[in-house]
Write a protein that binds this ligand. Structure first.
Ligand SMILES: [Zn+2]
Length: 414
């Protein structure tokens, strides 16, 4: 099973927007670019909402059948480890193997020495096609990479082989993810991580490093754009080199776990992808859930009341909602509107504060981030919330499709 050149991970927390999401990919296809949808939902989301991976598979299959999508599509076991993978085995054909917890923990000194010595030929100035200047690689850098990442790659191998055994097949897509770590991986580190992945025998088709800068949930990138662009280009060059050098799958590509809506890096990414003729997997998650809220608000009446109620609940239970996401949000609590104020907002005010249009004077990124992580409130409403999604389906679907097509697919791929 081969992952296409361009793919987009879409999250669908309540398994109601598969069709609306796929409609965006179909429109992109008619505009000339194939972007394959990958439905992803993490174990954390499943636990908070109280769902199982089969529901993601069902919604994906249903969307594909009802719209007649005849291109590939996948269901991603998002950020799994040995402890969580079992529930995802049957429903998934894409596995994001998350070994971030194993980074920074060294293997034995002897293994580190052997790894480093085996790669001494790369020390010095390494000319990599596509780069303006050669990579500077010291023996210490190789050794440090082994110290920081070798155990994590070994663990990824263990998980990969476990999935093969449990599924009874190697016919699935494997991604290795290290994005949920404290420090970004440099291109030199990425090179030796890929070398270790090849040695471990993992046929990774995507790799998700952590990039420098902040990737907060639901809001734009915060960081030095020119630095990001340089790093991204270097990563692309390193991957192309590693594919040839280490014999990794020819379609190996970067997976950008964006935490949704990193609009300002789309331009530099697009430029770099063209320059290197490279593919990419762009993963987004909560952006669709926020469009559901915008759709509810814009529907007015009961929909608006429910959107206000979700905010009030998230506001009152701030610590509980924000806690699990503390490292990936940046909310200034004094900038959050009080629920009493929000209860007086019109549909346009609510949508304007939430919709990701930083140029809009009503846009409030603190309000947006809190709602991004506040989906547990809606999950607890149970049937009442799902019923509202059905009742206002048309208004909501329009927001969902437009968001993915206009703000994501067009900006990155077209
Ligand atoms: Zn991630």
């Amino acid at each position: 099973m081969q992952l296409a050149k361009y793919s987009m991970g879409v999250g669908d927390r309540f398994a109601h927007q598969g069709k609306a999401q796929l409609a965006a990919m179909m429109q992109a296809l008619s505009l000339g670019v194939e972007v394959v949808p990958v439905w992803n939902k993490s174990n954390r989301e499943h636990q908070i909402i109280g769902t199982r991976p089969e529901s993601v598979r069902r919604e994906a299959d249903r969307a594909v059948q009802s719209l007649g999508w005849d291109r590939p599509y996948h269901v991603d076991a998002d950020h799994i480890g040995l402890k969580t993978v079992d529930a995802f085995l049957a429903a998934s054909d894409f596995f994001t193997i998350d070994v971030a917890d194993f980074t920074g923990k060294p293997v034995g000194e002897e293994e580190i020495r052997a790894f480093t010595a085996g790669r001494s030929r790369y020390a010095g100035l390494l000319d990599i096609p596509g780069l303006d200047s050669p990579l500077e690689i010291s023996m210490a850098a190789i050794e440090n990479t082994a110290r920081k990442y070798l155990l994590a790659v070994r663990q990824a191998g263990e998980i990969y082989r476990y999935i093969c055994r449990a599924k009874g097949t190697e016919d699935f897509i494997a991604e290795v993810s290290m994005d949920e770590t404290d420090l970004a991986q440099t291109p030199v580190e990425l090179l030796f991580i890929l070398s270790a992945i090849a040695e471990e025998g993992i046929p990774a088709q995507t790799i998700a490093p952590k990039f420098s800068g902040r990737f907060n949930k639901g809001v734009d990138y915060v960081g030095d754009l020119s630095r990001f662009e340089k790093e991204f280009c270097e990563d692309l060059a390193v991957i192309a080199f590693a594919v040839r050098e280490f014999g990794l799958p020819a379609n190996l590509k970067l997976s950008v776990h964006s935490g949704s809506d990193k609009f300002s890096i789309y331009g530099p990414m697009q430029k770099a992808l063209r320059r290197f003729d490279a593919g990419v997997h762009l993963k987004t998650a909560g952006t669709t859930w926020l469009e559901e809220l915008i759709g509810l608000a814009m529907a007015g009446g009961e929909g608006l009341a429910m959107a206000r109620e979700v905010y009030a609940g998230a506001y009152q239970r701030y610590e509980e909602m924000a806690g699990p996401y503390a490292t990936v949000i940046d909310i200034h609590r004094e900038k959050l509107p009080r629920p009493e104020a929000v209860n007086g907002w019109s549909p346009e005010q609510y949508a304007g504060a939430l919709r990701h249009d930083p140029a809009c004077p009503e846009f409030n990124l603190h309000f947006r981030q809190l709602l991004h992580v506040g989906y547990k409130v809606a999950a607890e409403m149970g049937e009442r919330f799902l019923h509202a999604l059905d009742r206002y389906e048309e208004t909501i679907a329009r927001q969902v499709t437009e968001n993915i097509l206009e703000r994501h697919l067009k900006r990155l791929f077209l």
